[in-house]
Write a protein that binds this ligand. Structure first.
Ligand SMILES: [Zn+2]
Length: 281
């Protein structure tokens, strides 16, 4: 879904008082009421999210996010996990135990790899998929919602995709983090062209409550790429230039800012992501 270029109200709390800041020519609108920040995204950036990326990003489990999820406690006879934006399936394949694993992945390059990795794939954008009453015990959205132009609308499908007592786990950047507060518009996370929506702990709670998910816990974490082992692995596997194009794989930064500051903000980040777990209300 492509939104009008000019944002005139907050898409989470519908507040109309917005402040703007700029990275080069790119405008970011910050809601005065809830703090939600949305980039006035160009259509090309959105297209890049879903179609054009072919980097070799793969989750290597250096920080196992499942440590936060109590996945062993799910008791259903046939447990299902749905990873929305599953990329090559490497993250979902770190889940332990006997799970049926589904993924949503609109990127054809990644979807093909995920299928090879044993994940049952819906290859489309979430709002286009007919799940035929398929419900899961756990839904993951790892590094996904910051790419959405209309997160409230896109995520509104989650409750119908969850079994009663089903859980959601969302991982994204946190604009309340020290990294963001310190570096402000130079925070590296703003600099990915494909990052569009930026949350803090309270507006993400508001977002998921609006769609019928009750927040259970918010844990501040480092992104799984923000550790030495991950970086060493990357460097061992690929030329540095490839890494520089985007550790997250979703690559391409705005070029209009002091490079050194942006890089510094990446090195100095401290738990600038959050894992939000919630239950169907
Ligand atoms: Zn707002």
């Amino acid at each position: 879904m492509v939104k009008e270029d000019k944002i005139d109200r907050c898409s989470i709390c519908i507040g109309k008082e917005l402040d703007r800041f700029f990275n080069g020519n790119t405008a970011f609108a910050r809601c005065n009421s809830c703090g939600f920040i949305q980039k006035e995204a160009a259509e090309n950036d959105i297209k890049q999210n879903f179609e054009d990326i072919t980097t070799h990003y793969s989750f290597d489990g250096t920080e196992n996010i499942y440590d936060y999820l109590d996945t062993e406690t799910y008791m259903g006879a046939e447990k299902k996990v749905l990873d929305i934006g599953c990329w090559d399936g490497s993250l979902i394949n770190h889940i332990k135990g006997d799970w049926i694993k589904y993924g949503v992945e609109p990127n054809p390059f990644a979807a093909k790899k995920a299928i090879r990795n044993g994940v049952r794939i819906y290859q489309d954008q979430l709002h286009n998929i007919n799940f035929k009453n398929e419900q899961s015990d756990l839904i993951l959205l790892n590094d996904v919602i910051e790419h959405l132009v209309d997160p409230l609308n896109d995520l509104s499908r989650l409750p119908e995709l969850l079994r009663p007592e089903g859980k959601v786990a969302i991982i994204t950047g946190n604009t309340e983090s020290i990294g963001c507060r310190l570096f402000k518009r130079f925070w590296y996370y703003y600099h990915y062209k494909s990052h569009i929506s930026f949350f803090n702990t309270s507006n993400i709670e508001l977002l998921i409550s609006k769609i019928g998910i009750r927040t259970e816990k918010i844990t501040r974490v480092a992104h799984h790429s923000a550790n030495i082992k991950f970086l060493v692995n990357r460097i061992a596997k690929y030329k540095y230039r490839k890494i520089d194009e985007g550790v997250s794989g979703l690559s391409q930064e705005h070029n209009s800012l002091p490079r050194a500051l942006v890089l510094l903000s990446r090195v100095l980040v401290h738990r600038d992501h959050m894992i939000v777990t919630g239950k169907k209300a």
